[in-house]
Ligand binder design. Structure first.
Ligand SMILES: Cc1ncc(COP(=O)(O)O)c(C=O)c1O
Length: 270
């Protein structure tokens, strides 16, 4: 099939949830991709922070081939070696002590939100479940991740959203401190905003957020779905700020295109 026929079939049969370019990509190698008419492009998008090591890296392709030949699914009723090895790798290279795995960044954030609420429930009882996130943030498209996302354009038309979210301007410690209330259990931020523009935190902002979390016993949750796995020059973006979060979420580059998400958390809290 050529570009025109794939695009036409897409418009005919695929739900119109994303606006897409009028050509179809059929293969990639390293930093290049090719469309269905044979045109070659330098890929400056990298799957929106997914293809961290380029397209079809031979080691990734080989690992996938090998695994596909053994089995693709066995459910969470059993342990599997690649999963526990990945958990160990993430723990040994971060602040975290345990990892949880899922299929996407949105699900990783859902897990983080559940973990924060459960932690607070176990410690303080019901009613302390609010989460503060930032204006212009992006945390995913599932209903609760969308509720954490401080952008009206993504939320419009999907009400009622999951309750318990407040948004404050990024880089404004005063607004953050003012937003904290008796019901707050956590703060969820990107360590550098991606989808809302490339918004870099001011020096001292992340340290200030950590201090607010410590003062009110709030979990500091960093969404590293886009910034994680080396995309800001360090393995995780939190490493730039001299702080230790309580939890980070990962996806995208973690699988290099294979759907995987993770929520990794520290065990220092009681
Ligand atoms: C910061 C951030 N969080 C979460 C997500 C959602 O990830 P996914 O598309 O894997 O659900 C994205 C996706 O762009 C993202 O950039």
């Amino acid at each position: 099939m050529n570009n025109e026929s794939i695009v036409k079939m897409g418009h005919d049969y695929v739900m119109n949830t994303y606006s897409r370019h009028n050509f179809a990509l059929v293969r990639g190698m390293g930093s290049y991709v090719w469309d269905a008419d044979g045109n070659k492009y330098l890929d400056m998008v990298a799957g929106i922070a997914v293809n961290n090591i380029g397209h079809c890296h031979p080691k990734v392709v080989e690992a996938l081939r090998e695994q596909a030949g053994m089995f693709l699914h066995c459910s969470n009723l059993y342990w599997i070696e690649p999963q526990v090895k990945l958990a160990k790798l993430l723990v040994e290279n971060s602040f975290a002590t345990k990892a949880f795995f899922c299929n996407s960044g949105a699900e990783a954030n859902e897990a983080a939100i559940k973990l924060a609420r459960k932690y607070s429930y176990n410690k303080y009882g019901p009613g302390r479940a609010d989460i503060i996130s930032a204006a212009n943030s992006f945390h995913g498209r599932t209903l609760t991740a969308l509720s954490a996302t401080g952008q009206e354009k993504y939320q419009k038309g999907f009400a009622p959203l999951t309750p318990g979210f407040k948004y404050v301007p990024y880089n404004d410690l005063m607004a953050l401190e003012e937003a904290v209330g008796k019901k707050t259990c956590a703060i969820l931020l990107e360590p550098l905003q991606g989808e809302g523009g490339v918004n870099v935190p001011d020096p001292g902002y992340m340290k200030g957020v950590r201090d607010i979390c410590d003062k009110h016993d709030l979990l500091l949750m960093l969404d590293e779905v886009q910034t994680g796995l080396g995309r800001t020059g360090k393995l995780f973006a939190y490493e730039h700020y001299g702080i230790i979060p309580d939890l980070i979420t990962l996806a995208k580059g973690l699988g290099g295109g294979v759907p995987i998400g993770a929520c990794i958390a520290g065990g220092t809290r009681n």
